[in-house]
Design a protein around this ligand. Sequence first.
Ligand code: ADP
Length: 763
Amino acid sequence: MARARPARGAGIYSITGPRWQDIRALVDQHLPSQERLRQLVPILVFGFLIVASLGFNYQIGSSKDARMTAAQRQLALNADIASLKLRAEVLASGTDWQGELAQSLPLRAAREGRVVLLSDAAGSIQARVPIGSHYQGNLLTVLGPGQPLTIMGADAGVMRIALNDGTDALVTVRNVPRTDAQLTFIQPVASALAGWRSGATIEVLLLICGGLLLMLFAGAFWYFAPIRKAREPDALTRELTEAIPGCGVWRWNLARGHIDWSPPMYALLGLQPDSSMMSYGTLASKLHRDDDLRAELDRHLREGLNLFDQCFRLRHADGHWVTTRLRGHITRDADTGEPYLTGMAVMADPNAVPGAADANARLRDAVETISEAFVLWDNHNRLVMCNSKYQQFHGLADDMVQPGSSYDEVIAAASEPIVSKRFAVANKNDHQSRTYEAQLEDGRWLHINERRTRDGGYVSVGTDITDLKQSQTKNAESEHQLRASVAELRLSRRELEHQKQQLVDLAEKYALEKNRAEAANRAKSEFLANISHELRTPLNAIIGFSEVMQQSLFGPLGHEKYQEYARDIYSSGEYLLEVINDILDMSKIEAGRMTLDLGDVDVADIVQDSMKVVSQAAAERGIALERQGPEHFPIQADRRYLKQIFLNLLSNAVKFSQDGGRVDVRLTRSNGQLKIAIKDTGIGIAQTDIAKLGRPFEQVENQFSKSHQGSGLGLAISRALVELHGGTIEIKSREGYGTTVTCSLPIRTPRPANVEEPLAKSA
Ligand code: ADP
């Protein structure tokens, strides 16, 4: 046999020797294609099975016929021998038919279900073998009517008939020579064919088993036919195998479970390269029972994952476990659509566990996606894993964060942030971990948690809490400001309460003083009213007597001076009475005792009367006095008070007018009110003094007014009386040019009003 050896460019294996190659090429040329063959095999096998079944059926039938023939021959032979052996004299004596029959029968004549009957001339059965046979009575009754056997005897041969009891049997009858007795051999067909049946059953079973086996082989061929195609390494596999020696190439039909390994894969497991296709069962026998490679592949297929990267353990020929990492792609065959895993297997880190590659990748992803800086050191202070945030945080180059880098190297290469502040955070007395907050030189804050791992390494997680710290600082500042504001507010409130208390005290004092003032005012008014009343009585006497003396009613006074004194006393008394009347009126007003006596009055008429009163004084000083407006102006008012008002105002106008001046009185209607404006061309009033006027005893002092008499009550009384009518008084004046005092009275029903407001308003 030619020796197999690896050969480049001609597949993984080739067979040496040109003759074999020629034969192989010839066979390949004339053989139907593999797929065609694969389709033909089941048909051929099915056809073969049908032909075989037909042949077998024929053979079974033939053997059955042969068996029947042999049984008939055996029956006839036994019958002939026995009939010849029977002795006629013994039968004629009629003594021992049963014994004679037993002796005459050849050996094994009564085997295989055969029954021998000996009957007399009447057909009555006299002896039988075996003796316990149930065939009794008359022979014709046993064999049934219509059969020629008893009549024809040996000439009828062996016949297959249905006995009277329904049994299908082979029967032959012999006439015993020289007697009337007949010897009958009966063998049921079932007994005759018993040996044939058991043999046939075995043969049928063998045929079925053979057929099934053949079908199984055919199925296997049909199923495994693509193996040849699959196991032939493609160009990529060959290239991979050559490019990466020591790396096993896998091509795994995931639908059928056929696996094709390259020689290095066998070498990895210490096995001899095998050119045959490997089934998954073979692989499973080498696979560690905890590593369910098939389940993982199913998961990939289910989830549509094409990239496969898995570690698992295979048993080496020596018995130890080899941790293998298989990396590959799952693709689908363009023709059949069957999934294939094509990949490379290498010996992995013995510590690697199945699924670790995936798990590591997932873990790396997870660690990378967290917002914290993460680093894990092993018990030898070597780097196990860190994320990019840790790398950025320490300014580490990529080559410095490779797993296995020592702690000292990494820290030396790191641009270690300078910690300006560090605060330990309360930690439940745990010596295995510590937590602290650190402020870096650039102002950022970190919350760092370091913890020992079980294997002696440690893991550190750093969280950037700058925003949190800033908001905490802001909150602290806000809180501080808030506290300051609260303190200020408390102070202000205290001050306000203090001021409030002061105000309350002042209000109390004011109310007290006001009450006192009101009481004093009332007392003053009452005093004035009383004193005025008391003064009026003697004053009337003075006025009356002085008038009498002035008029010399009881005779001349004598000297001229007495006459002059009497006149002065009278005028002074008159003036004093006016003042006292004014004081009395003012007191009444302030005491609220002044009431109106309303009636229908003609204001124009009252104005006219008042003008008449002052007309003499005006005429004496050359002051023109004129009235404008309607002749009649009826309203509801107190006649006496209206006259008092107009007299006051007109007398003031005349009094404070220059000689040769002018006083105009004008009545108008405006906005439902009667307006009586008294305008003079007198000395006028300074603007600053206008506001003072209208208050009792208030006078404006100037050179001119000093020369005039007056109590300073006229305007105040006028204002009070106008307001009692529900009206107002307005003073407009310009110093040196004149004054206009306007009374506004409601035309309709007058309404009472208190005398509180200042009288005048600046023009
Ligand atoms: P008297 O009785 O003093 O006149 P009044 O109350 O009538 O008191 O007037 C108060 C003051 O108002 C007067 O003293 C005067 O100074 C001023 N006064 C009133 N009417 C006029 C006016 N028509 N022209 C100038 N001054 C006036």
